[in-house]
Design a protein around this ligand. Structure first.
Ligand SMILES: [Zn+2]
Length: 245
């Protein structure tokens, strides 16, 4: 027997043991579907086949002038926008994102980012994006929740699209700190949404992908865009997990 045959045999044993171990682990600690709670097969991640097939996909990544893009017309200039899912009350999209936001199931962010990233690559409409920036949480909320629900989504998109995720450039600040510096128009948009760009020179001449969990009125993203647009020659696109019709 040659050395290469011994190595191949060892590799096979390794794969076999790995699979046995995974099966044993799954027997005692089964992973559950994040929507219906049924036990997942080993090959499934996050959702069972049935719930996965019921997800209300928008297919907006491929679609120019989609609902999300139209919702920003006349408000802020964006290059392209997409959301993976429709967000309906008590629908599959809402139940999934609720688990991510309030039940610490951060793997859902990875799952959704990976899925949307694949769509975005195939659409070619987001090819020129240079950087990903998440909508930040206020630091009090971050402390309370322990994580920003958009972070794993952003990490997964960053991996898929092969572009960096910058989490500390756009920050959310307390109302009193910024109010004096804002115009009446900016204040009228939404009194609760206050954002600042820190060391923003890095954003000059860049195409930014601004990401968030759910678009409802779009006021938060609009407020972020207004701040980001102060940078020289910046372009902005938007990607979110879900969109409320
Ligand atoms: Zn399920």
């Amino acid at each position: 027997m040659k050395l290469s045959d011994v190595l191949t045999f060892c590799e096979l044993i390794d794969v076999f043991m790995d699979s046995v171990f995974k099966n044993m682990f799954n027997l005692f600690f089964p992973e559950l579907c994040m929507i219906c709670g049924h036990t997942l097969f080993i090959e499934d991640q996050v959702l069972c086949i049935s719930c996965r097939s019921k997800l209300p996909l928008t297919y907006y990544s491929q679609w120019k002038d989609n609902e999300v893009e139209r919702s920003f017309y006349g408000r802020v200039t964006i290059e392209a926008a997409t959301s993976l899912l429709y967000y309906n009350r008590k629908g599959e999209g809402q139940r999934l994102i609720h688990q991510l936001k309030y039940k610490k199931q951060q793997q859902i962010g990875f799952f959704l980012g990976d899925w949307l990233g694949q769509e975005m690559i195939q659409s070619h409409r987001f090819n020129t994006v240079d950087l990903i920036i998440p909508v930040p949480l206020h630091k009090n909320k971050l402390q309370k929740r322990g994580y920003n629900q958009v972070t794993t989504f952003g990490q997964s998109l960053s991996e898929k699209l092969q572009i960096p995720l910058l989490e500390d450039v756009l920050i959310r600040v307390s109302k009193s700190k910024t109010q004096t510096f804002k115009s009446r128009l900016e204040r009228s948009i939404d009194m609760d949404e206050k954002f600042e760009v820190k060391q923003g020179e890095i954003l000059n001449d860049k195409h930014i992908l601004l990401i968030d969990d759910v678009i409802t009125t779009g006021a938060t993203l609009e407020a972020c865009c207004i701040q980001l647009r102060q940078m020289k020659n910046i372009k902005i696109s938007i990607a979110t997990m879900a969109y409320t019709l």
